[in-house]
Every structure is written in structure tokens, then in C-alpha cells.
Design a protein around this ligand. Structure first.
Ligand SMILES: Cc1cc2nc3c(=O)[nH]c(=O)nc-3n(C[C@H](O)[C@H](O)[C@H](O)COP(=O)(O)OP(=O)(O)OC[C@H]3O[C@@H](n4cnc5c(N)ncnc54)[C@H](O)[C@@H]3O)c2cc1C
Ligand SMILES: *[C@@H]1O[C@H](CO)[C@@H](O)[C@H](O)[C@H]1NC(C)=O
Ligand SMILES: *[C@@H]1O[C@H](CO)[C@@H](O)[C@H](O)[C@H]1NC(C)=O
Length: 198
């Protein structure tokens, strides 16, 4: 006869083993979907941040709460424009120094963004989804992805990351039309025009 206590003990042990095995078999995945190819990137090659380069990058949020909702929205729109334009002009093949610069920028940004309560949320996002900086495409899709997470939290519609190029065509001159690294206008193999978003 198994006592009630032993039964309970067994049940708890089985439950614990079950939970542990789920954690081991399904570690949290950080993956981003390339909207052109539908392939995942960053899944096994995900760039995680192993060390913080300067102490200033890892501190607490500096700015106080920004109460005024109108000001908060205006600041947000202007900021997203800056950030997306930045990643879409980032080099296709950045050097280590350039990658480090972009990564540091986002960590410092997450402390100094003038809306303190937004900055706190963004720091949490960066912990889960560290900046991806290996190329222009990677950086701009990563930013599009995290902006969509902010959209979701605020109940805003999801943005189609295929439309990054047309939305942020900055008309910046010689380099201005080179964001096509994000999505080839021609199929590399067939040379056929690719209809994006179609
Ligand atoms: C880091 C950060 C954190 C924020 N946190 C908060 C917060 O906690 N609470 C709060 O109330 N507000 C927050 N905001 C502001 C908020 O995100 C919006 O900017 C603001 O509400 C205005 O929204 P909007 O509808 O005009 O579009 P926005 O989100 O400002 O976007 C501007 C334009 O960018 C384009 N866009 C939308 N989604 C994407 C995407 N995924 N990729 C590329 N382009 C896109 C669209 O054309 C859109 O009209 C935050 C802003 C930033 C930059
Ligand atoms: C809120 O911000 C807007 C835009 O900056 C400004 O016009 C308005 O006067 C502010 N409201 C208050 C109550 O300060
Ligand atoms: C756009 O890029 C092409 C080459 O890819 C170049 O010949 C052209 O001058 C560029 N246009 C502008 C406006 O910079």
C-alpha cells in the first residue's frame, strides 16, 4: 500500500521533472522572420550581448515620467523616424567598431529617452531582444520587430516590415537609394523584378 504522502510526493516529483524537461527541450527562442524569404534569422546565430562595453550603457533610466500624452506621441513619432532612418542607412557590411557603435547607441538610448516610463519598457525589450547589428538588413528588421512589439503593447496595428524601404526613403542622396539591401528589387538568380508586399 502506498501512503497518501508517498503518492503526493511522487506526483510532485513527476510534475517537477516534466517542467524541467520542457525548459530544457524548448529553451526560449529569439528569432526574427525575414519578410522576404520567410526564413528565420538570429535563431541559432542570435547575437546576444555577453558583456557591456561601458558602464554607462547598463544603468537605470535617467529621465522622469513624461505625463503629457500629446507630447509623448509627438516625441515617439519623431524618434521612430530617427531610429528607422538610422538602421536603414547603416552599412550593409559594418565593421566591428560600427556594430559596437550602433549597439551602444541603443543601450544608451534606452537610458536617456526623454519619456522615462517608455524607456523602462524599452530596457525590458532590449533584455529579451538584444540589438542585431550584423548588417543593415538585420538591424532594420530587428528595429521593425521591436517597434511592432511596442505597437502591440499600445494596441496599435502591426506594421508590415516589407514596407520599410518605401516608408523611410529619406531621399538622402547617393546613398539614399541603397536601402535596397533590405529587399532586392530583382531576384538574384532570375533577374526578374520582385514585387514587394505582393
Ligand atoms: C522606444 C519607444 C518607447 C515608447 N514607449 C511608449 C510607451 O510606453 N507608452 C506610450 O504611450 N508611448 C510610447 N512610445 C510612443 C509610441 O510608440 C508612438 O510613437 C506614439 O504613440 C505615436 O504613435 P503613432 O500611432 O503615431 O505611430 P508610431 O508608433 O510613432 O510610428 C510612426 C510611424 O512609423 C511607422 N511604423 C509603425 N510601426 C512601425 C514598425 N514596426 N517599423 C517601422 N515603421 C513603423 C508608421 O508609418 C507610423 O505611422 C514609445 C516610443 C519609443 C520610440
Ligand atoms: C502637452 O504637450 C503638447 C505638445 O507638446 C502641448 O501643446 C500642450 O500644451 C501640453 N499640455 C500640457 C497640459 O502641458
Ligand atoms: C542610385 O543608385 C544608382 C546605382 O545603384 C546610381 O547610379 C544612382 O545615381 C543613384 N541615384 C541617386 C539619386 O543617388
Amino acid at each position: 500500500m502506498i501512503s497518501r504522502f508517498s503518492k503526493l510526493f511522487l506526483a510532485v516529483a513527476v510534475l517537477l521533472i516534466f517542467i524541467t524537461s520542457i525548459a530544457v527541450i524548448h529553451p526560449p527562442v529569439r528569432a526574427y522572420v525575414d519578410p522576404w524569404t520567410q526564413t528565420m534569422f538570429g535563431e541559432d546565430g542570435v547575437e546576444s550581448r555577453h558583456e557591456l562595453h561601458v558602464a554607462a550603457e547598463k544603468g537605470e533610466v535617467i529621465m522622469p515620467k513624461l505625463g503629457n500624452a500629446t507630447a509623448k506621441a509627438e516625441l515617439g513619432r519623431a524618434t521612430w523616424k530617427l531610429l528607422h532612418t538610422m538602421t536603414l542607412r547603416f552599412p550593409d557590411k559594418p565593421t566591428d567598431d560600427q556594430r559596437h557603435a550602433l549597439e551602444s547607441y541603443f543601450y544608451l538610448f534606452s537610458r536617456l529617452y526623454p519619456c522615462g516610463e517608455c524607456a523602462k519598457e524599452f530596457q525590458q525589450l532590449l533584455k529579451k531582444y538584444p540589438p542585431q547589428t550584423s548588417s543593415r538588413k538585420t538591424a532594420s528588421l530587428w528595429l521593425c520587430y521591436v517597434h511592432n512589439l511596442v505597437n502591440a503593447r499600445l494596441g496599435k496595428p502591426e506594421f508590415d516590415c516589407l514596407k520599410l524601404d518605401e516608408t523611410y526613403d529619406c531621399g538622402c542622396g547617393p546613398e539614399g537609394n541603397s536601402t535596397s539591401a533590405v529587399g532586392p528589387k530583382r531576384d538574384d538568380i532570375t533577374g526578374v523584378e520582385v514585387v514587394r508586399g505582393g
